[in-house]
Design a protein around this ligand. Sequence first.
Ligand SMILES: Nc1ncnc2c1ncn2[C@@H]1O[C@H](COP(=O)(O)OP(=O)(O)OP(=O)(O)O)[C@@H](O)[C@H]1O
Length: 532
Amino acid sequence: MEDDSAVSDALRGLEQDFERNLRLNEQQQAGLRVKCEFNGESRVLNTFARPLKLTDLRNELQARYKRRLDIYFTMPNGEIDVPVLSQDDLDLVVRIIDHHQNLRSLRLLLRVPPDAEDTTDGNGRCSPPPGTLPPGAEFHDTASQMTASTYSEGEFIPEDRDTDSLSSVSESRQSLDTFQIRARGLGSRASVHSDSAVAMDDMSRRGGPGGTFPRRNVVHIDDGRASVPRTMQRTRTPAEVAAANRRDFPRADSLGSAQRSPAAPDNWKQGDLLGQGAFGKVYKCHDQDSGRLFAMKVVQLDANQDPATSREVKALEIEIQTLKKFSHERIVQYLGYHQDAYRLCIFMEYMDCGSLRDEIKRFGPIREILARKYTRMVLEGLSFLHRNTIVHRDIKGANILKDSQGNVKLSDFGSAKHIKTLQSAMSTTFAGTAPYIAPEVIRGKKYHYKADIWSLGSTVVEFLTGHPPYHQLENAVSVIYRIVSDQKVDYTLPSEVTETARQFIDACFTHALEQRPDADSLLRHRFCTEAL
Ligand SMILES: Nc1ncnc2c1ncn2[C@@H]1O[C@H](COP(=O)(O)OP(=O)(O)OP(=O)(O)O)[C@@H](O)[C@H]1O
């Protein structure tokens, strides 16, 4: 009986291989259709003969667009663009789409090279229109004594600290952070799960005791202090919220107490630079009213933002408004945001020891005993996010922050999608993130919460070896090619690392989503439960 089923399995496998090869042959004999997107406009170029030559492609682009353009390969999910710099990159990209069942054409994103942009100020930034605040001007600049005003459409949403009817989501037990928030009774589980944003938006629409009234977004700069204007936002329609939540999640069955939302400071002073990511700088800040320290991520905006970028900024603001209501001892607390014409400032809880990536850079790979502890804390954070229908989407050492007591927390959750789209729109790349991306995401599936588990596997390799898998490869295209084509992720652990660690990592690197364990089951893995 067993023999029979083994034979039929093998036959089915052979049949599938045959069909795949047949399809591949047909595809390879047919030419290659190339679609290009430039400045928000999509065009189908010629069908190119194989093998596709980079010089032919460049010549065709030059003829069509009459300018030199940088070429990026856009993955089917539209979120990942990787630069195509050489013939080798292009060959890999063609191989990726040939092995991809659903891809019929090569999608390329075209961008004007930064050095060719004639509207830049020489630093890659766009010059502001006449009469506007220069991009370098900081709000706290005492010398300038300026008052800058920006106007945006929308309805004024009262700050949450004045809004008793707004609740936040929290499971924080004994948070060691300085942003401990006062508990305010039990929240409704149902409203916080997939309908959470609807419920919150609904409450926002109704407004708290402060009422709802239109207001202009004005930034006053005086006296070396910055006053944060009340934020404005467009409320999400139920359809948008439903679309955002149309994912397959575990049930939110253990939401804890609802608490008062943390609020962004009204008056602050910018301090030292804490670090810089692919997209913006992070500064330490001092709340001038409470004395608390917090972190401020500054995302520079292009003054001549195209509509797509503006939409993404708006979406990011809305996301942060929602995310700040989530509170847990293993996630870095969002406090709010402020936007003007030149920058979007995202306020967050301050973590005084920086990221685990910084720690690895400074002190080398992390010993397994500590890696186990960090992994457990990361999984607690992931378990909370996933129960609350949030996919982190960018788990990596650089997004795990630590305080001086050894607590680690997840940062940058939820906002990753908008940040990435913005990065893409503003011509930065996120090659640094490529080694952590799950293969199904590269293949174009929507982010499923289990994609975070795959990234966790890469992050544990990073803890133990100092680098994620495939870091030695030269470029992002090679990395994503290896992730989608390797049956087994190629990584080497130091000899002293236990078999338990390897099993844990391999469990994270399970290709089939339904077999890949979730955060709660990984928390029960011996890697997390047993001390060394
Ligand atoms: N809340 C915070 N508290 C303290 N330091 C922080 C905080 N957030 C970020 N940092 C510091 O700033 C650095 C840059 O953070 P940022 O989130 O901009 O980029 P990243 O996560 O390192 O990289 P990428 O932009 O590619 O995701 C971090 O590595 C960390 O050292």
